[in-house]
Design a binder for this molecule. Sequence first.
Ligand code: K7E
Ligand code: CUA
Length: 677
Amino acid sequence: MIRFLDRSGLLSSWVRITIAVVGLGATFALAGTMIACAGNAQGDLMAVAAARGISPDDAVRALKSFVPPGGKDDYLLFASGGHSGQVFVVGLPSMRLLRMIAVFTPEPWQGYGYGSDWSEAALAGASPGKETIRWGDSHHPALSETDGDYDGRWLYINDRAHGRIAMVDLKDFRTKQILPVPNLQTSHGGVFITPDSKYVHISSMVPALKHWDPKVGASVTVDDHLNRYDEIYRGYSTFLKIDQETGRMVVEDSFQIELPPYTQDLADAGKGPSYGYAFINSYNSERATGGVNFGRPPLEAGASEYDFDFMHIINWQKAEEVIAAGKFDVVNGIRLISLETAVEESLIHLLPEPKSPHGVDVAPNGNYLTVSGKLDPHVTVYGFDKILAAIEAEDFEGTDDYGIPIIRFDAAVAGQVEVGAGPLHSQYDNEGYGYTSLFLESAVAKWSLGEPYHSGDAAWQLVDKLPVHYNIGHLATAHGDTMNPRGGYLVALNKWSIDRFTNVGPLLPQNFQLVDLSGETMDLLYDMPIGVGEPHYAQIVSADVVNPEQVYPLGTSAMTGERSPDAIDGGDQARIDHRPGVTEVWMTAIRSQYAPDVVPIKLGDHVIIHLTNIEQALDATHGFSIPGKNIMVSIDAGETITIEFEADTPGSFSFYCTEFCSALHLEMQGWLIVEEN
Ligand code: K7E
Ligand code: CUA
């Protein structure tokens, strides 16, 4: 209590000083409530600030983002880790890194990909028929939703490199499934979740060869690539059905729609009035093939010939009916609606969009769709009501080469705002403002939406701009992809951090910048370096929405979420079973011992160890590692894990607990004795 009084005294005196120095009206209100508190640490505060060269403005910013020791953050930011393949969880406003979640890349601390059955199962689905792929380029996280708002159940994220998608269970922050999406070779921005979490969507990035089509076949030549591109490549829009119990994606219940061989990019889900629709940007409608060495223009030139590219407007509810009517083929295990059927059934319309579009982001009310063309200084906002009316009236400007009707641009535009150079992605707040990242300008633009948010002269206006550092890609606002954005904070995800931090090598960290949205103008509060990967997109969810399990019920398999048949409840049930060619062990771990701790094994045996952490205390995680065997598992309290390996070398091998779990943690070890006969 005394400490608390000291703190508030300290705060009030500092605020008075702030007013004396800068005379800010906003700070005056704060001071008014606190000015009565007598401070006795004023001198200290002044001295600390002066000694550290911190300005009064920066001190106010520090207070806005400071979470005292032991305090909790208001929001969690889930950020992709780029080609680190992982996901980062950051607390807001403190900008502290709270967790890394292993997704596409093995990670020893979490025992992910080093022998545990659950992680091997997740990674095994990753690359059927190939040598296991051990990396990914995680790009676009999508938190599950209920009624158009984040519900804290699951997180999906794509691998831009391999056209895969992973599911992270937010009950235990673990990756439970990695799905190589049939027919895709790569995937970039096409990830979103429907407002009811019925489907998670993923589309192809570069079009993929139709190997399954006899007209294309298994092999391809350079001549095919250069001269039959239009015919042999296709894009894909994939609706993966989510099992509502487990969050897993069920391929048999999913479907795909074939798309023209443009390069499909960012995408978003319809919601509210646009529920049932998907919006997918694309570029390279020219279908440039590259091939400078074959006398073709470079891709960047070839893909910039036309004035417009195409947004795909997909009616997926109608596609469900087409599937129900049996108008599909099963191709590589997924139901596929051909491009011809999609055109016949009017499942797709195209909408011209400014050159080289990147982001498409649906506003909270589900009517506005904001698109940014990287080479156009405007954001273009379409009205879904206008799009529907144009489709209804067949207000088209012809079709593309595949027969898909192209909606007349002017019929669909609701507003345009000149925001600055290199607009990429947009997010929204709770007051009808859009925030757009400007890559070339290294800034965030704040602008107003039209009716019903703003009317007359107040609509479609650039209202503020904030420089960021530097080369911003995505940006995220609190619940910014939902129908219920919270405002308050924005995080700018910057690619370059040159001169922002102490130089730590030619490869510099990325820079997350926390921006305060509560005032008239945006205010930069904090720089957070990310030195472990390159985040692309992030979503910010209120911390109270995510409620992970405290401890697993004793004997739980993380793979199934149920009691493992190989769980045991105490060291007295521990046992070793020898049979021809196999040694099977049921083992427990508890502070600070394994039972059994000396395991005799016959040389050449296949060894199976079922290990139960019989603790029931939060954070009482144990490790189990066998040096030299590439085995390193992490077993949370209550969890049962199975490890298998071959005893192919005679000798004695010590195993040990890698988590410093108790005062006698170093004693938590044992021996595997591999006997020659
Ligand atoms: Cu703009 Cu991959 Cu979403 Cu990066 S993408 S920035
Ligand atoms: Cu268990 Cu250290």
